[in-house]
Design a protein around this ligand. Sequence first.
Ligand SMILES: [Fe+2]
Length: 383
Amino acid sequence: MAQTIDAFARYDRRRERGVPTYLQEKWNGLSELNRFLAGSENLEELAVSASRRIVEILEVDFCQILLMDLDGQCNCRARYSAREMLIKKKASLDPIEIENICHRFLDAENNTRLFLGMEHLSERERKSLGISNEDISWIIPMRVETNPIGVLILGQSASQQEQILTPDSYYLVDLIADQLASAVFRAQMNERIESVSIETVIVLSKALETRDLHSASHSKRMAALSEQLAKEFGFSARETRELCWAALLHDIGKIGVKDTILKKKGPLTEEEWAIIKTHPEIGAQIVRGVTGLEKIAPLILAHHERMDGKGYPNGLRGDEIPLGARILAVTDAYTTMTDGRPYQKKRKHQEALQELLEQAGSAYDREVVQLFIQLFNKKDSLE
Ligand SMILES: [Fe+2]
């Protein structure tokens, strides 16, 4: 990396002397790529978009990204060229060939950072990669510390008059490969945590279901409505996913409440209400201890807070309540009213909306209520 920094310093000195360099515009492209990589969560989308952006920044004719998964299998191949764009998953490739290429260039014994493809790829391998014998290609192994990430392949058509892949570009390519490798590694770790988290949400929901069937169907409807609202508020894919998880598990803290209270037909006593009111804190405590679910703890904790500060457990007001929790409060209230409760009569859709409107600004966030009602206007019925 020190070499790379030296190279940039050299370019900067040239720029100061008024020597036109292509580096300034490359910097802009590089910053944009960096921002994109930092916000990418999905590996496949990341590989496809990154390959297109790399072609644009380096002005090469094509870019291929071969990625290994954490178990050392080649699981994704994205290719972008000025002429075509294709992405192939493992099933549609010659996986053994591609995996062999990855393993050979990622051989731990070999620390070479860049290979000239013409000398290092057999004719058969070139064919598998869709590179002609005349194309000039660079192959850059990507690692994060000792973890193999994949291989970046850049290419220039032999028909190009000017040679784009020159030693001057190496430093920029090296930097891009490093950034890409880090982003892929982070996305892989996130995917792994996410799959564990999904399994945990399912297990916890099932546990809740066995305790109180009513709550389980209520939570599923609530999650679907919350997802619609998250889209209206422009939540990212991650925020939307977390809101849905929070909706599914919002009442997980009731898991320890006795059936005699949970399923009581008549009105609850003051003491029984006090027990019920502990469920947001217990629920938040449960998910806080589960890797991948920590971020939904504040939503679960605050799903019974009110805009006027009269909610529980902390009496938060207005914007002090996380937006996700304000959404949950509305979808929870609507679903509870239209589902009915052992201690509450089931209400019709319009009556429930009317109740939300009447309490908008005091119990519920006015904007959330408005958007919620608009959801039903957009589609005749979400039910
Ligand atoms: Fe609740």
